[in-house]
Design a protein around this ligand. Sequence first.
Ligand code: FE2
Ligand code: FE2
Length: 270
Amino acid sequence: MRLLFIGDVLGKPGRDVLTAELPRLKDALKLDFIVINGENLAGGFGITRSVANEMFALGVDCITTGNHWLDQREILSFINDEDRILRPCNLPPGTPGKGANLYQAKNGAHVLVINPLGRVFMEPQDDPFAAVERELNACPLGEGADAIIVDMHAEATSEKMAMGHFCDGRASMVVGSHSHVPTADAQILPGGTAFQTDAGACADYDSVIGMEKFEPLQRFTKKMSTGRFSPATGPATLCGVFVETGAKGLATRIEPVRVGGRLKRALPEL
Ligand SMILES: [Fe+2]
Ligand SMILES: [Fe+2]
């Protein structure tokens, strides 16, 4: 299968670069399944029904989230009926929505997506490793699922790498999100799981992790908040990770994807 995971789509610039580039990528890479991290879709903070629909109309199959999943409270009005949107899987029992789900791709294959949230330098959460273990055991690769995609939404690179190795041989791909900067460590781990510490954001990179520079600089240099964060409005770079799977759903190829905006272009050739 050909899978594309796209990192945190940040506000309108992020949505615009997906609108411009995703239909072309879908054809050029012959994609079977597309996941985006959507925790910053609505003005940089959370998800609304209308921005989620915009993404589904582009062919996105699943939207994962992270620590910003609940920034727009309206998500509570639809997350229980919208299987295509995941919230983190290691939240307290009874939290609305799902943290993992099994999808049917266009080619008929079954794709399990799991969305753990890290605990290092973040709010306290339930153990993401135990939560992922439960999901992998409930629907193993090659049995219940033809492909498994894990979006490890975390601050610490160490915790994201640890999740990669934890899932090695048991997932098709483990990709980090939340850093909003792509890492240069795309690899297939020894057991056959494709891994990249962070996919990067779909955002204007003339910014501080996608936000207009002025306010973050104020806060760093003067320890003073003078306003709110808002997405930088220049052309965004779409950042993602392309993975091809072979026998048993393990990875045979991983390639970074970067198109549009300021970052150096990277586009796999088929
Ligand atoms: Fe984010
Ligand atoms: Fe985040």
